[in-house]
Design a protein around this ligand. Structure first.
Ligand SMILES: [Zn+2]
Length: 234
């Protein structure tokens, strides 16, 4: 991956074994060009130039969506999402686990947010989503894999940067822990989407056909994730 500049648009290029090039706006607002191995720098620049209008429009849209991004303070009463529902935070003096979800409330050990330090609180939330996520995503993959006609080798939940999920040629599937903040229907969409990548690596019509076969209502879920994805954060 290397950075390039096209007049006013900064973008990165990733070349891989693909037949066509496309441009995507990453979740952090950066512009990524995914190009075939054979495309040279000039061809990539031509593509970016020809898509100037679309890129500017998409970046403006990205800024709108991210204006809703939440800034966390980890104070009593703040809402945190789990499976699409907000649960209020309650700081407690002592408890067995750093973070627990009980009676509809997240209880967090107070010493984790002392002196305004929130790194430990973030870690506690991340760990919570990972632990719950592995259990739930393994069950959902087990449910959907036969419907998609694939059999993944392993399932993991972890930090994936800008991606909701990823899969490797050896059949390992990983999901971002942030998926656990989304409603179950959206988690299922991410699962089906990723499993269908075992059949098609790109987002071609053939790929979406595969998704459609298993989840005919995928379009609204995909749109939900596009609109609300930036709000799924801690
Ligand atoms: Zn995909």
């Amino acid at each position: 991956m290397k950075g390039q500049q096209d007049e006013r648009i900064a973008f990165e290029v990733v070349r891989s074994q693909r037949s066509t090039a496309d441009i995507i706006i990453e979740r952090d607002g950066s512009v990524l060009v995914r190009a075939p191995e054979w495309a040279d720098d000039e061809q990539v620049e031509d593509l970016v130039k020809s898509k100037h209008y679309w890129i500017y429009q998409s970046l403006a849209e990205w800024r709108d969506l991210n204006a809703t991004r939440v800034l966390r303070e980890y104070k009593n009463g703040e809402g945190f999402l789990y499976l699409g529902r907000a649960h209020r935070l309650l700081l407690v003096a002592d408890q067995a686990e750093p973070l627990q979800l009980k009676n509809g409330r997240f209880t967090l050990r107070r010493d984790l947010v002392e002196r305004g330090e929130i790194a430990a609180a973030k870690t506690a939330f991340r760990d919570f989503y990972v632990t719950r996520g592995i259990e739930r995503l393994q069950a959902r993959v087990k449910y959907y894999a036969p419907k998609v006609g694939v059999s993944p080798a392993s399932i993991d939940v972890r930090e994936l940067g800008n991606r909701w999920a990823s899969c490797s040629p050896s059949g390992d599937v990983a999901f971002h822990w942030k998926c656990m903040m989304a409603p179950q229907t959206i988690i299922d969409y991410v699962v089906v989407h990723e499993l269908c990548h075992f059949h098609h690596l790109d987002h071609t019509d053939a790929f979406w056909n595969e998704v459609d076969k298993v989840m005919p209502q995928y379009r609204e879920r995909k749109e939900w994730l596009r609109t609300n994805g930036a709000g799924l954060d801690i």
